[in-house]
Every structure is written in structure tokens, then in C-alpha cells.
Design a protein around this ligand. Structure first.
Ligand code: NAD
Length: 441
């Protein structure tokens, strides 16, 4: 990882006095940390389906409700009852003073409405929240984020809780401007333990020897999971260290090998008898302009980043009993797969393919109580991005609302949220972990 020298410099008063704005130091999750480091403001438009549940969740986490004035650590507006343009006036009335009171690394969280079929005004208003929250994400300061969660009429407060907790907590430090839809849960939500939400779960992580995959393994283990760490034989030593640290097993496997799905499934069957979480993280880049692209670069990227995910998923679905009762598949895509990137037609094709796969697979997994989602990281500080030329790296870091690169743990925390049994209402979606990058829709 390379140092973000500019961010460090802007912590000094004398640099700020030169007119260089401070690049915020983000609050990140640590075990035992309170959900929020201050009081929360809770409001509702009309009746609001979830305002009482939000208050109960906050009270249960020891968060006080904010008084008339002073800084707040979070502002949550239950706007599930907003269906007319007039209702939007109440939204502004809550948000304007709330944004002024939002403290450092504060959380602006909107619970948005879902329009009834055929109600054109309600559909317009539901969509209005997306423009609103994406703009708010660009306005809030000092490491604060703004996100929108919509809740389907057939989803209850239990299906919403793990998502609320993720977006309010420091686990979502580098997630802003996102829209997540909570639908009817695909299976029982179950009781969850916010401190160890993955207790007892068996989780496969591909590409676990280093970088983002290593952080995913560590983070899921911290949250209670046992890790099956997968990587190529050449990364064997590093892989063994990760497996030892995470109380799991190492499986040296090239995921593009013809027998890879069989070997992975046999390992899971023999050692554990089931799998609860599969994280498709392994990925490679072989950048070249399309005009200079060769078949090797093209095919190797598609084989690792897309075909291997497809074949492993196909094998998991074909197996009668291996996927646990509340299985979760999380696929690492990329912002390149959403916005495109010069020199990355092969990579962007593979990563956009992952998004297509997730959308098509979600309805097939739902009857089995399982979900599948994609995470699209933006600029993350890893060995890969440290190798970029300085100017490209600087540009990559700054073109997002938080004006810095994310850390591998930011991707890992989002994986941890989607990996929970309690996150049973989120499936077939793409969540960007990119500090609200300016590129792409
Ligand atoms: N770093 C970023 O900024 C960034 C941004 C967007 C998306 N991503 C994606 O995140 C994921 C992890 O990226 P990273 O930066 O940690 O990369 P990395 O190169 O540091 O790690 C990737 C790991 O995958 C393993 N791997 C590669 N091919 C494999 C194969 N055939 N079989 C098994 N393992 C294999 C590698 O050995 C390595 O340990 C990738 O899918 C990448 O495309 C990264």
C-alpha cells in the first residue's frame, strides 16, 4: 500500500491555512465500538413504517436520541410514507437542519418509499430520493456519508435491521451515495448478534492470500466465521498463514482449472459438510487498449474473473445439500464494470458480466433461502493500486466524495454485511464501495 501523503499533510493547521481543505480521517469499525459516537436524530414523513423500529434499534445499541440542537452522529429519516410531491416538502424540512447538525463521519440515512404498481406520482417520488441522496452524498462533509434504503411492502423491520446497522456504523466508512433495496426475506431472518453476526458460519474466500481477499478472510473471521481460504499454489505460504490465523483451512487451487469446482466442493463436503458463505474475490487484470488486445490477455481475465465464478456457482446449485439453509454468495465486481475504463475492455467486460450473473442468479437462489449480490469496489489502496503511476493514483484517490482511496477492510465490511443470515432481504444487487466515485451512474 502506498501512503496517502496529501491526506496526512492536510491534517496540519498550517496546510489548512493555505486553503487546502482537510481530507477526513474516516471512522472505521473496531470490536466493542459503539454503533454511533453520538446522538441520533430520527424523523418520519407521515406515519413512517419503521421510525419506531429505528428508535428501538438505536436504543438497544445505547444510542441516545438527539435533542433540539447540537451535533448529531446520524440523522435517519423514515420516508417510506412519502408518495406525493407535497410529501417531499416534509423531507426537505427534516433534512436541511439535520445536515447542518451532522458531525464528523456522520450518517445520513433515508428509508425510501416503494411505489404501488401504476401509481405514477409515487413512482416519480420514489425515484426522486435517488437524486436527492446522491446529491446529499456530494454535499456532506468531514467523512460523512448519505445512503438510501428502500423497503418493500412485504419486508418487515427484522429484514431491515442488519442493513440499518451496516449503514449507520463505521463498517460502511467508504460507502456513500448508494441505494439498497430490502425486499421480502428469502428465508428466516433469525436472531443476530451484532458483535459476532457470522458466528458458526463456514465461509469460502477465493484469492484469500493477499489484498482484499486477505482482509475479507480476516474480517469474516473477526465476525465469527470459519474460513476456507482459496488461492493459487504459488501463493501457498501466504495462504497457509491466512488459514492459520482465521481458524480455517487452506485450499491451494487455481479456480480456472477444469476440476476446480469438484475439488472445492469435495473439500467442503469432507471438512465441513456444508458451506454458508461463498466470496468470489479472486481476480486479475491484464490491461491493454482494445486495439492492441491479444487473445491471451482477453481469455485469462474472463476465465478468472467471470467463468470461474459461473462454474463454481453452477456446481454449488447442482449439489443437493451443500449450500447451507441461509447461504450467501458475494461476488467482487468493480467500478470498471459499471463505468468502463480505458485500457480495461477485458476486465470491465468480466466485471460487468459478474453483475449480469448476480441479477440472473438471484431468483434461482431465492427458493433455497440463499442470496447473491455483487460489490463493486472503486479505488482501494492495495499492492495493485500502489503500482500505478503517481498522477493516475492521485486522480483515482481524489475523484470521490470522500476524496481518498478506500482500504481493503472497507470492501470486507460490506461483504460481511451481505454474508449475514440476517441480510435475507437483499439479493441480486450491486453495492459500490467507492466513496461515491464520480464515474459511472
Ligand atoms: N484493488 C482495487 O482497487 C480493486 C478495485 C476494484 C475491484 N477489485 C477486485 O477485487 C478483487 C481483489 O483485488 P486485489 O486488489 O486484492 O488483487 P490482488 O492481486 O492483490 O489479489 C488477488 C488474489 O487472487 C488470487 N488469484 C488470481 N488468480 C487466481 C486463480 N486463478 N485461482 C485462485 N486465486 C487466484 C491471487 O493469487 C491473489 O492472491 C479482484 O477481483 C479485483 O478485480 C480491486
Amino acid at each position: 500500500m502506498s501512503k496517502d501523503t496529501l491526506r496526512e499533510l492536510t491534517q496540519y493547521r498550517f496546510v489548512q491555512r493555505l486553503g487546502v481543505p482537510r481530507i477526513p480521517v474516516l471512522r472505521r469499525y473496531e470490536p466493542g465500538q459503539p454503533l454511533l459516537d453520538g446522538p441520533a436524530l430520527v424523523g418520519a414523513v407521515g406515519k413512517g413504517r419503521f421510525a419506531d423500529d429505528v428508535r428501538a434499534l438505536l436504543a438497544g445499541a445505547g444510542v441516545a436520541e438527539a435533542g433540539e440542537d447540537g451535533k448529531v452522529a446520524a440523522a435517519v429519516l423514515d420516508a417510506t410514507g412519502a408518495h406525493t410531491v407535497d410529501d417531499l416538502a416534509a423531507v426537505q424540512e427534516f433534512l436541511t437542519p439535520a445536515v447542518r447538525r451532522l458531525g464528523p463521519c456522520g450518517r445520513l440515512l433515508l428509508l425510501g418509499p416503494v411505489a404501488a404498481e401504476g401509481d405514477v406520482e409515487a413512482a416519480a417520488v420514489a425515484q426522486a430520493f435517488e437524486g436527492l441522496v446522491r446529491s446529499a452524498g456530494k454535499e456532506v462533509r468531514a467523512g460523512a456519508t448519505a445512503n438510501l434504503v428502500t423497503v418493500a411492502p412485504d419486508a418487515g423491520a427484522d429484514a431491515l435491521a442488519s442493513t440499518l446497522r451496516f449503514f449507520l456504523s463505521a463498517r460502511s466508512a467508504f460507502v456513500s451515495g448508494q441505494v439498497v433495496r430490502v425486499g421480502a426475506p428469502v428465508g428466516p431472518v433469525g436472531a443476530d448478534d451484532p458483535a459476532r453476526p457470522l458466528a458458526g458460519r463456514i465461509a469460502v474466500v477465493t484469492g484469500a492470500a493477499r489484498g482484499i481477499g486477505e482482509s475479507i478472510a480476516d474480517t469474516l473471521h473477526r465476525d465469527g466465521a470459519t474460513i476456507v481460504a482459496v488461492d493459487v499454489p504459488a501463493a501457498g505460504d501466504a495462504l497457509a498463514r491466512v488459514a492459520n490465523r482465521t481458524g480455517g483451512t487452506a485450499l491451494q487451487l487455481d479456480i480456472t482449472a477444469a476440476d476446480a469446482p469438484d475439488r472445492l466442493l469435495a473439500h467442503l463436503r469432507e471438512r465441513y459438510g456444508r458451506v454458508d458463505v461463498v466470496v468470489h474475490n479472486a481476480g486479475i487484470t491484464r490491461d491493454k487498449l482494445l486495439a492492441n488486445m491479444d487473445a491471451d490477455r482477453w481469455n485469462s481475465v474472463l476465465a478468472v474473473n467471470l467463468r470461474a465464478q459461473l462454474t463454481i456457482n453452477r456446481a454449488l446449485l447442482a449439489d443437493e445439500g451443500l449450500l447451507g439453509d441461509s447461504a450467501r454468495i458475494v461476488c467482487i465486481s468493480s467500478m470498471s464494470g459499471i463505468a468502463g475504463n480505458r485500457g480495461q475492455t477485458n476486465y470491465a467486460a468480466s466485471k460487468a458480466g459478474v453483475i449480469g450473473m448476480v441479477r440472473a442468479l438471484a431468483p434461482q437462489l431465492a427458493p433455497r433461502g440463499a442470496t447473491v449480490n455483487a460489490i463493486a469496489p472503486g479505488f482501494i489502496e492495495t499492492a495493485m493500486t500502489a503500482k500505478m503511476p503517481l498522477a493516475t493514483r492521485e486522480a483515482g484517490r481524489r475523484i470521490n466524495s470522500l476524496r481518498q482511496g478506500g482500504l481493503p477492510v472497507d470492501v470486507a465490511e460490506a461483504v460481511g454485511w451481505l454474508a449475514q443470515a440476517a441480510t435475507a432481504g437483499v439479493t441480486g444487487q450491486v453495492v459500490r464501495v467507492d466513496g461515491q466515485n464520480m464515474l459511472g451512474a
